[in-house]
Ligand binder design. Structure first.
Ligand code: GAR
Length: 216
């Protein structure tokens, strides 16, 4: 069984990142969290990384005003730490072309709706749940998709459905969906490890620098 190295990009609380780290620790997910990058100096994600002893960086338009340099800084950090898969755990920025190209089909995002519904620019956090409730949907959910150059448009690889109750406020729905996200992301990543979900592209499902547990 292969172990894959995960590099995180996260902007805010990082509870999805924490759930994945926890799954790695318990063995539910056979992967290793190796680096965390946040654009937000005060993010919970950076605090969690420190607490977990995972190397972390704050890279943003403040540290790297040139978008091309920011892209390269992110790519270099992911390469330096031998990342196999980049996980966007509540990351609210676009990914630059060099990182996208090098990690083609190996960058995954989680979004709190059933994409393609309720995705795109400006659709994040409670705005998503407000829109779902306002449109009278009976169900919402969680989508995990491959990241491309736009917001929430890449191919969906897994979805989980969550009911919307008639009495739901955006906060209540957000909490129900977040709870689902916390198990679903790790489960989906483990399916990639085992080959149950095959990512597209020329490379093997578990990328070339992943190391087998049984290798000497
Ligand atoms: C999660 O609900 C995630 O789906 C959402 O941000 C939240 C991050 O929570 N992402 C998006 O809306 C992306 N468009 P977390 O920081 O506690 O993991």
């Amino acid at each position: 069984m292969k172990r894959m190295n995960i590099g995180f990009l996260a902007s805010h609380n990082g509870s999805n990142m924490q759930a994945i780290i926890n799954a790695c620790k318990t063995g539910v997910l056979q992967a290793s969290p190796v680096v965390v990058i946040s654009n937000n100096a005060g993010s919970g994600a950076l605090a969690r990384a420190k607490q977990e002893g995972i190397l972390s960086y704050r890279f943003s338009s403040k540290t790297h005003p040139d978008p091309a340099e920011l892209d390269l800084a992110i790519l270099d950090a992911m390469l330096e730490h031998q990342v196999d898969i980049i996980v966007l755990a509540g990351y609210m920025k676009k990914i630059g072309p060099k990182t996208l190209s090098h990690f083609s089909s190996r960058i995954l995002n989680i979004h709190p709706s059933l994409l393609p519904k309720f995705g795109g620019k400006g659709m994040y956090g409670s705005r998503v749940h407000q829109a779902v409730i306002a449109s009278g949907e009976k169900e919402s959910g969680v989508s995990i998709h491959i990241v491309d150059a736009e917001y929430d448009t890449g191919p969906v690889i897994a979805q989980a459905r969550v009911p919307v109750e008639s009495v739901d406020t955006p906060e209540v729905l957000a909490s129900r969906i977040l709870q689902c996200e916390h198990t679903f992301f790790a489960e989906t990543l483990q399916k990639i490890v085992t080959g149950e979900i095959v990512l597209p592209g020329p490379r093997a499902n578990v990328p070339k620098n992943a190391v087998s547990d049984t290798d000497p």
